[in-house]
Ligand binder design. Sequence first.
Ligand SMILES: [Zn+2]
Length: 506
Amino acid sequence: MADEILVNCSPLEIRMALIENGVVQELSFERVAHRGLVGGIYKGRVVRVLPGMQAAFVDIGLERSAFIHIHDIEYIQHQASPQALSIASSGQVAMDHTHTPLIQDVLTEGQSLVVQVVKDQIGSKGARLTTALSLPSHYLVFMPHNQHIGLSQRIENPLERDRLKSLLESLVTQTTASGQSGGGVIARTIAEGMDREVLGSDLTFLKKMWSSIEKKIIYSQPVSVLHQDLPLYLRILRDLMRPPVQRVLVDSETHYRAMLDFAKEFMPGFEQAIELYVGERPIFDLHNTEDEIKKALGRKVQLKSGGYLVFDQTEAMTTIDVNTGAYVGHRNLEETIFKTNLEAAHAIARQLRLRNLGGIIIIDFIDMEDEEHKRQVMRTFEKFIERDRAKTKITQVSELGLVEMTRKRTHESLSRLLCEPCPTCYGRGVTKTAETLCCEIFREIIREANIYNASEYRVIASQSVVDRLLDEESSNVAELEAKIGKTIQFQVEALYGPEQYDVILL
Ligand SMILES: [Zn+2]
């Protein structure tokens, strides 16, 4: 079965699911309101030059003027006149880096300036700008204004660094020779291990995109938007439209049209792969996508063998615990454990992608006696995580049999994206028992009784706490009343959470 992508569009968010062999393997969400301006390229107008700060305010069409510092002005573009197309790429004057010029010598009020947003506007602070433009794709970053070829520092293997460097040099030479615009390029961490075809198509894409921006630089009037960082439904095309993905199904006519236009301009040949979904069922009912999202947010994942996985995500790491089901016969215990671990290896590899877990991950498979079984479980797990687009690395199997691994990813995990700490337990995942709360309430009443002289007390708490006070704790309550010489009333507040209560002095 060919791989396909489902795109679900609504006014608030865009959701993407990557389906491999009929099974959901990856999810991405983008909330429309959270799309920032970072990466956007504008033809702006300098509104004020501030010699004191060596900076300037630039109008890029936002509510507040954006800010640029002299250090972020690398090139002054000849951009005002549409004299010749070639000027935009070759006619930039690189500034002398041996000494920083003064802002008042570089910019004048009213002048137009091509800038890119590097930091969103926050509160009363305007957006921060640079003139050193860069265009990112999935694997590469293209810099139209320089000839630098670089690699992410996080690619560590020296052999891989050499391979990527010469591959990029050859790609840059090849694409420039075939008439595409020149410029520098940086391989992102995720480019590690990628072949010529993948990186080449990324670079060609970026150069096409740059040449369309170049035309806009020349012909647009300030103040205007020249380019915005791609929304999710277009990034999907840029990042995923290559074999084995053969089809993209999208459920909105508007987005479908936009995707077609985009493919026509930047990825010719891929238009046929994009289809408008007109089915009656919601698109995320296909391949049980909606159910899989629900499961990927749960702490527990049930396995067919009766076992289950438990996921715990903390600030520092994610731990995954593999458990056997409740009814394990004694006769084939080792065999049952082996089968459960094999199934877990598959399920964990899939959940890592679905949940988009990153950083340090520690997996506690069920202990096995048989060395061959241990090897087979590890081999199975390694085979499954190979298909992950994010870079994974098993760092070690500890003495206690814990599998330690890392996973590099570029976005937040699914749960961080969609959820917030529970307001009832404040993210602890547990709440105090009614018994613990009764103890606390007793202590509070004793403390108050020692300080104040109230005529009576009223305890307002959740149903379960009041029930306990009136039932199991009733003799203790009577004892407390005798001790403080006051009566205590109880009142249920249905809106209170299990840990919420008030002791009121009347
Ligand atoms: Zn909770």
